[in-house]
Design a protein around this ligand. Structure first.
Ligand SMILES: *Cc1c(COP(=O)(O)O)cnc(C)c1O
Length: 301
């Protein structure tokens, strides 16, 4: 089979602010990896699929919300590699499916709905076991695709960076992608995550735990910024929408409101505030997720 995944280029960004502040900025265009299996979701799924094959598992099971980039990407990747796939969706079955769930179903994903109460305990081994009794055996991929195999996939991003840099930035949900970057850096340079969720201590702890599980060591050359969540997960404000429109116009790069726009907004704001020393070189990861724009169509008409 021809490799359907494209290498993600590094794109240098030209901007007056960057010139004024003496900052070099590259965007690692993981959004260009695949039309449907974008960005960090492919990075995180890759070695999980190897693992599933290794364990002779033909069925994947994972979790997510009705607008989840992970559900969308997992459905597409399962079809591509001929896995059976079950998506457990948070909440009651909707009367009208989101575009994300429509797509997932079109790829052959079997959708099951789980009430929010039970969903909160979804990762409990008892719950996974009870699903095995109901459904039969499967390869379990956690919500967002984040586990130690995800770290292995995201680590490869660092190997692909063939420019000198001081900082690498990524948006954060579960922190799996950031953990991969930290693992790949092996204690050198700085990784900076921008949380899309309101601050809580578990995110930093998760990153530490994942890095340690994968590399056997902990590294302290990373930090997570919680100042640019815009009200919380999936919440937006007019200035964020405006930022997306301007970014597209200026740089011809599409962002989405849940993750990438929050990071770039935060990154440019920190550059304005002289957070980065003059002469710094920054790589920012475009983690893709552009299917998520379908949930925000009314803002972009
Ligand atoms: C899922 C996702 C993230 C968050 O990644 P984590 O590994 O969960 O921190 C960031 N950006 C996009 C576009 C995503 O889809």
């Amino acid at each position: 089979m021809e490799n359907p995944f494209k290498e993600s280029p590094l794109q240098k960004i030209e901007d007056d602010l960057l010139r004024d502040k003496g900052i070099t900025l590259y965007i690692k265009r993981d959004d260009l990896i695949h039309e449907h299996i974008q960005g960090n979701k492919w990075r995180k799924l890759k070695y999980n699929l190897y693992e599933a094959r290794l364990n002779k598992q033909n069925t994947l099971l994972t979790f997510g919300g009705a607008y989840s980039n992970h559900i969308y990407a997992t459905a597409a990747v399962a079809k591509l590699f001929h896995f059976k796939v079950i998506g457990i969706i948070r909440g009651e079955e909707p009367v009208v499916k989101s575009a994300t769930l429509e797509f997932a179903a079109s790829q052959g994903m079997e959708l099951c709905y789980m009430d929010r109460e039970t969903y909160r305990q979804k990762d409990d081994p008892m719950n996974i076991e009870s699903l095995r009794v109901q459904i039969g055996d499967f390869y379990y991929i956690p919500e967002g695709g984040t586990n130690v195999h995800a770290v292995e996939g995201a680590e490869e991003i660092i190997e692909e960076l063939n420019v000198p840099f001081d900082y690498v930035c990524t948006p954060c949900g579960t922190g799996g992608t950031l953990a991969g970057l930290v693992a790949g850096l092996r204690g050198e340079k700085q990784a900076l995550g921008f949380s899309s969720l309101k601050g809580d201590d578990t995110l930093t702890a998760n990153v530490n735990q994942l890095v340690k599980a994968y590399t056997g060591v902990e590294f302290s050359n990373f930090s997570i910024n919680f100042d640019y969540h815009f009200g919380g997960y999936a919440k937006v404000k007019p200035e964020l929408i405006q930022f997306i429109k301007e970014f597209k116009q200026k740089h011809d790069i599409q962002l989405e409101p849940v993750y990438t726009a929050k990071m770039f907004y935060g990154l440019f704001d920190l550059i304005k505030q002289n957070y980065f020393p003059k002469g710094s070189s920054i790589v920012a990861l475009h983690t893709g997720g552009l299917q998520g724009l379908s949930g925000y169509a009314e803002y972009f008409t």
